[in-house]
Design a protein around this ligand. Structure first.
Ligand code: PHE
Length: 345
């Protein structure tokens, strides 16, 4: 015998009040109004009743069904409104909250300096090219007028991959970017105007001014009628651009086997304006690069006729230049990966 209609209705309404989620409303509907729901069960018994009873009970049951359906619709409306209010409250944006900054990467100071220096030459018509860090003895030494057993090899402490004692074709980590002079000239005919940034390696005990890895930037210009005046003019412009207008430059004789004449270039000390300080070691001058006119032997090696073509070359260390520019006193900081240092650039 199914429960009394009033009891079912009251229990259903009471239960409905306690429901707080839309999901559960459906369970409730199934329990009372579904195919095997409690109220449906009452309606199913009607057929077996005598006419009078059937009419009375049928009417009450149908009224109850309508009441429950209306209550359900109303409850659903209330719950949906609550849920909406809650989700709005939860997702509310506090526009006064300070923003969270996304951590930003930055370029390494060496990279920044390399780019700045290359840019200075690009504006003067030079092209930027790059070459291998693992190099043949031929390019690093031989073709640069530094034959085997030449005492000048001592100028570069070399990290060998296959040393000359073990190989017909010795291989090494390039000790300077000058091998790219040869590679570029082998591949192109004059006019040549290139700058070559790149990593170099030396077998060296490190200290505040020496690292076993460092950048160099090589420069090379070859054409008819290039003179030492072109070298001076180009490097003078470069110095103005990197160290400021009005910088003086000085060239003095120096020796590199692949240039003749060879020079080193200094700028007047921008710390003490030439009066003498710790940075310029009281000389008033700071050396910033090596340079010179490309040696005829080097031109011959790449098939350029030294009677027709002349050129100048230069090489500098961007880390050393950054150290001067920013007052950094230890080159090892560039490769120590200390964020306190790196974040300053
Ligand atoms: N390669 C030389 C060095 O590493 C620098 C240099 C380059 C000098 C070009 C003259 C011309 O010391």
């Amino acid at each position: 015998m199914p429960d009394d209609v009033e009891t079912i209705k009251n229990e259903a309404l009471k239960e409905l009040e306690s429901i707080g989620e839309v999901k559960r409303l459906d369970e409730w509907r199934v329990a009372y109004l579904g195919r095997s729901g409690r109220l449906t069960a009452v309606l199913r018994t009607l057929g077996a009743l005598p006419l009078e009873e059937r009419r009375a009970l049928g009417q009450r049951a149908n009224e109850a069904k309508t009441a429950l359906e209306e209550a359900l619709a109303q409850r659903e409306g209330v719950i949906r409104e609550q849920e909406m209010a809650q989700s709005v409250a939860a997702g509310r944006i506090d526009v006064t909250l300070p923003g969270r900054s996304a951590p930003l990467g930055r370029l390494h100071p060496s990279t920044q300096m390399v780019r700045e220096i290359c840019d200075a030459f690009v504006t003067m018509g030079f092209q930027v090219v790059e070459g291998p860090e693992v190099e043949w003895d031929y390019y690093n030494f031989e073709a640069l007028n530094i034959p085997k057993d030449h005492p000048a090899r001592d100028m570069w402490d070399t990290l060998w991959i296959t040393p000359p004692s073990e190989s017909e074709r010795p291989m090494l980590l390039r000790t300077h970017t000058s091998p790219m002079q040869v590679r570029v000239m082998e591949k192109t005919r004059p006019p040549v105007r290139v700058v070559v940034p790149g990593k170099c390696y030396r077998y060296e005990a490190t200290d505040a001014t020496h690292e076993s890895q460092f950048y160099q930037i090589e420069g090379l210009a070859v054409d008819e009628n290039i003179t030492f005046a072109d070298l001076k003019g180009t490097l003078y412009q470069f110095a103005q651009r990197i160290f400021g207008q009005g910088r003086k430059v000085r060239f003095r004789c120096d020796y590199f086997p692949f240039v003749e004449p060879g020079v080193d270039m200094s700028i007047d000390c921008f710390f003490c304006e030439g009066s003498g300080c710790r940075i310029c070691k009281d000389s008033g001058w700071i050396e910033i690069m090596g340079a010179g006119m490309v040696h005829p032997n080097v031109l011959r090696k790449v098939g350029y006729d030294p009677e027709v073509y002349t050129g100048f070359a230069f090489g500098m260390g961007p880390e050393r230049i950054a150290m001067l520019k920013y007052g950094i006193d230890d080159i090892r900081l560039f490769y120590a990966n200390d964020l306190r240092f790196l974040r300053q650039f």
